[in-house]
Write a protein that binds this ligand. Structure first.
Ligand SMILES: [Zn+2]
Length: 462
């Protein structure tokens, strides 16, 4: 294992990258990747065509993978065998139209049944051990097939394409300084170099760091920016308030919800596209935001997505997202409860792609506050917090729901308590009696959970 700190000091920030020829990059793929293969680039080319498949062909494409997956899971996994036997499912009669007949797969049961040897090698030739962060309330670990990992890469590159990117354009990526996801830093540094990618590790996001980042963006002139939204939002806010001119074509944030107010303000002000990647550790890209309008397209080559409330798929409005991974046979995830809230939509996107759409992801179930029938999601709280910060009313909020009618509101950097109380009360549909000032609300380093609820199963699914 390489020394991470040494790597960051010596290489991470030094690499600026070059526009390396695409064919050379493909032919040398195994030298700069350790979990994927050059097949990823073929999948990427395919994905540029499959996004326009006629609806019946797309359905056929999905159904073929789905039927194979369900039968394979029943045959090879003790968990699915027991689950489907218990529900009297005949897997030979299941197709994509009958998906709702299958019971949900739960993280807890899957982890117990797919006992992964903790001491085994993390990397093998054809699969990778993935561990989720546990931010949905339960930590999960499982194996991922190389083919699924190749699809992850392909569909991520397709989002670059939607952002106007062409191979060789400069990318700047903002990542945590001490990212636990980096397993082979030197290999990743080589890939960054050949992909013309500049990694910038962030730490405190204070004014000094933000000023430095703005200087680097102006100096390196990237075509697009990727990385954690919390860093990107701070940089854009700093540039906006200090009149820094940023000449970027697209921003592709990931891992955290993007407040619609922030997206609108910054995309207009800087004249750029912000295309969000809705993903999970289990599947990577689930839905990617279209460059035409604001809808997200389901990444149908990789996943089948349902938005479920009261055990029924909904076409409009909020529900719990249930994802079926079409490419991972080693640890099948079929009707898997990711733990997120998603807003379904029957609006049609203005582009010609036939991939299904959702309105937007709303964050974790465990971060959703419910007062009577009014749900306030992490996305709505993030939007509220962004507006409070821009108007200098308060910096941060944290809403803790102990029971149906016991909601406690904390806030940091409070300048106007009266306005704050009113705006939070309106947002939650709950009369907040007193906002409690708290100086140590920590939203950074992934702890972006403004709502905390003890309610369970808010969408009444079983
Ligand atoms: Zn579209």
């Amino acid at each position: 294992m390489e020394d991470n700190n040494k790597f960051y000091d010596m290489t991470w920030t030094d690499i600026t990258g070059v526009p390396f020829p695409y064919d050379w990059y493909k032919n040398s793929f195994d030298l700069h990747h350790y979990t994927m293969s050059a097949q990823a680039l073929d999948f990427y080319q395919q994905s540029l065509e499959t996004q326009y498949l006629p609806p019946n062909k797309l359905k056929e494409y999905i159904n073929k993978r789905f039927v194979k997956l369900v039968r394979h899971a029943y045959k090879t996994s003790a968990y699915y065998k027991a689950l489907y036997d218990e529900h009297k499912i005949d897997v030979n009669k299941i197709d994509i139209d009958l998906i709702e007949k299958l019971p949900f797969a739960e993280k807890k049961g899957l982890t117990v049944h797919s006992q992964v040897d903790q001491d085994s090698k993390v990397f093998s030739d054809d699969k990778l051990l993935v561990r989720t962060s546990g931010s949905t309330g339960y930590r999960m670990q499982f194996y991922c097939d190389k083919e699924q990992l190749n699809w992850r890469w392909a569909l991520w590159m397709r989002l670059f394409h939607w952002g106007g990117y062409e191979w060789g354009n400069k990318e700047m990526r903002f990542w945590y300084k001490f990212a636990s996801t980096v397993k082979k830093p030197k290999t990743e540094a080589i890939d960054a170099f050949l992909s013309n990618r500049n990694f910038l590790p962030f730490d405190t996001l204070d004014n000094n760091e933000l000023k430095d980042f703005c200087n680097k963006i102006v100096e390196k002139d990237p075509f697009l920016i990727t990385g954690y939204w919390e860093a990107i939002e701070s940089i854009l806010k700093y540039a906006y308030e200090n009149n820094v001119c940023l000449n970027i074509k697209s921003i592709l944030p990931s891992t955290q919800v993007v407040p619609p107010s922030a997206r609108n303000l910054f995309s207009k002000h800087f004249n750029l596209d912000i295309l969000d990647k809705y993903a999970s550790a289990e599947h990577s890209g689930i839905a990617h935001q279209c460059e035409v309008g604001d809808l997200y397209h389901v990444q149908s080559e990789n996943v089948f997505v349902e938005v479920v409330a009261n055990n029924k798929s909904v076409d409009n409005g909020l529900g719990e997202v249930v994802v079926t991974d079409l490419n991972n046979l080693t640890t099948p995830l079929i009707r898997y409860r990711v733990g997120d809230v998603v807003e379904a939509s029957d609006r049609v996107c203005g582009c010609n792609r036939t991939l299904p759409t959702i309105a937007k992801p709303h964050g974790r179930l465990i971060n959703t506050i419910k007062v009577e029938s009014k749900l306030t999601t992490e996305l709505e709280l993030a939007d509220l917090e962004f507006n409070l910060r821009m108007q200098r009313i308060a910096d941060r909020i944290e809403i803790v729901q102990n029971s149906e009618d016991d909601v406690v509101v904390f806030a940091g950097g409070v300048n106007d308590k009266k306005k704050l109380t009113k705006l939070v009360s309106d947002c939650l549909n709950y009369q907040v009696k007193d906002v409690q000032v708290k100086t140590d609300i920590n939203h950074f380093r992934g702890k972006r959970h403004r709502g905390k609820t003890h309610l369970t199963n808010i969408f009444n699914n079983s």
